[in-house]
Design a protein around this ligand. Structure first.
Ligand code: KIV
Ligand code: ZN
Length: 385
């Protein structure tokens, strides 16, 4: 079985989710958990974007020992210098340089001709290579780029020193077949492609990010980029936990492994949800609150007889502990707080007081208060505050 490298961009692309703004300590806490989870590569941020991001990337680089730590740079010398200054103390430092290659981005955003784009990408990859052994280059909006042009620029940036070529589906436009074919095309048309690792990076605008990522893997990609819980710009990045578990559960079909420690999945997901404030939908695959709940009598009966009747993943595999805490009208504030923490949500004292009062009111006229009832109370308070 060949190994797929997992590249986590929760702290860079994930943090680009509207409304998310992590401070240095929070980013470091997430990076440490990503390392425990077994991420091969962590994109810690975009050092040139702000002093705060620079310092966060630097702190992560100084503390993370097992995972490669990357910073993002545009094809601008000062961005590349900023990444170097931020990650140079890392055990495994690396840079991720990107430039758009689609006609619409080149004309309207970059205002450069295709020839100028090639020239810029090559010279900046060469500049990055003077400072880094590990240089990833991304063709932003690759899936809306001309394939022949893409093949030409890839060949040249490989000659300039790139070690990883990433072809993002920046706007989540590709279908699995398109996306897989694009990698096949590059393998056939770029003569030096075997010198580099191929990487995929999918956004979820059409809800196809996981399927597209799996298609890329089946067409020769060995690095998968994405974010925990699928957070990121617009509809988000691919959810790495989904890709990891799809490869694992269907190893009969895919034959790939990873270095992820699956039992850290839930803990990582909860931490990211808590610190970003982007709570995971209840029916989210792998990490949603309902992912291992069985509602109908037929399903409950089946699971009691043999869990595999309706469960293809055991909760323990992904670090989900069975829910043993049932709350009712005799429950106290402490148990209520523990339940809220179980959801990965933290309330201020005032929010906890309001939530507990509402819970108590509910227990007066509802015999059985479910986790969903409590979750609804808490989320309403969180949204109002
Ligand atoms: O989606 C994208 O194209 C990106 C690049 C910066 C790699 O996030
Ligand atoms: Zn992206």
């Amino acid at each position: 079985m060949s190994k797929i490298k997992f590249f986590d961009t929760t702290l860079r692309d994930g943090e680009q989710s509207p409304g998310v703004n992590l401070n240095k300590e929070e980013k470091l806490q997430i990076a440490k958990q990503l390392e425990r989870y077994g991420m091969d590569r962590i994109e810690a941020g975009f050092p040139a974007s702000s002093k705060g991001d620079f310092e966060a990337v630097q702190a992560i680089a100084q503390n993370i020992k097992q995972s490669t730590v990357l910073g993002l740079a545009r094809t601008i010398k000062s961005d590349i210098d900023a990444v170097y200054d931020a990650v140079k103390d890392a055990a495994k430092p690396a840079i991720h340089v990107f430039l758009a290659t689609s006609p619409i981005h080149m004309e309207y955003k970059l205002k450069k001709t295709p020839a100028e784009v090639v020239e810029t990408a090559v010279s900046m990859v060469r500049y990055a290579k003077e400072k880094f052994d590990h240089v990833e280059w991304s063709a932003e909006d690759a899936t809306r780029s001309d394939k022949a042009f893409l093949a030409e620029i890839i060949e040249k940036v490989i000659d300039a020193g790139a070690t990883v070529i990433n072809l993002p589906d920046t706007v989540g436009y590709a279908t699995p077949e398109d996306y897989g074919n694009m990698f096949c095309y590059m393998k056939e048309h770029v003569p030096n492609i075997d010198k580099v690792e191929l990487s995929c990076h999918c956004h979820n605008d059409l809800g196809l990010a996981t399927a597209n990522t799996l298609a890329a893997i089946q067409n020769g990609v060995t690095q998968v980029e994405g974010a925990m819980n699928g957070i990121g710009e617009r509809a988000g990045n691919v959810a790495l936990e989904e890709v990891a578990l799809a490869l694992h559960v269907r190893s009969d079909y895919f034959s790939y492994t990873s270095s992820l420690k699956f039992d850290e999945t839930k803990r990582t997901s909860d931490l990211v949800a808590k610190l970003t404030g982007m709570y995971v939908q209840a029916n989210k695959a792998i990490v949603g609150r309902n992912a291992f709940s069985h509602e109908s009598g037929i399903h409950q009966d089946g699971v009691l007889k043999n869990a595999e009747t309706y469960e293809i993943i055991t909760p323990a595999l992904v670090g989900v502990t069975p829910n043993t805490l049932f709350l009712g009208k005799h429950s106290g504030r402490h148990a209520f707080k523990d339940k809220v923490n179980e959801f990965g949500i933290e309330l201020t004292d005032a929010e906890l007081k309001t939530a507990f009062e509402q819970f108590k009111q509910l227990t007066d006229h509802k015999k059985e208060v479910t986790d969903d009832d409590i979750y609804a109370i808490v989320m309403e308070i969180k949204t109002d505050s």
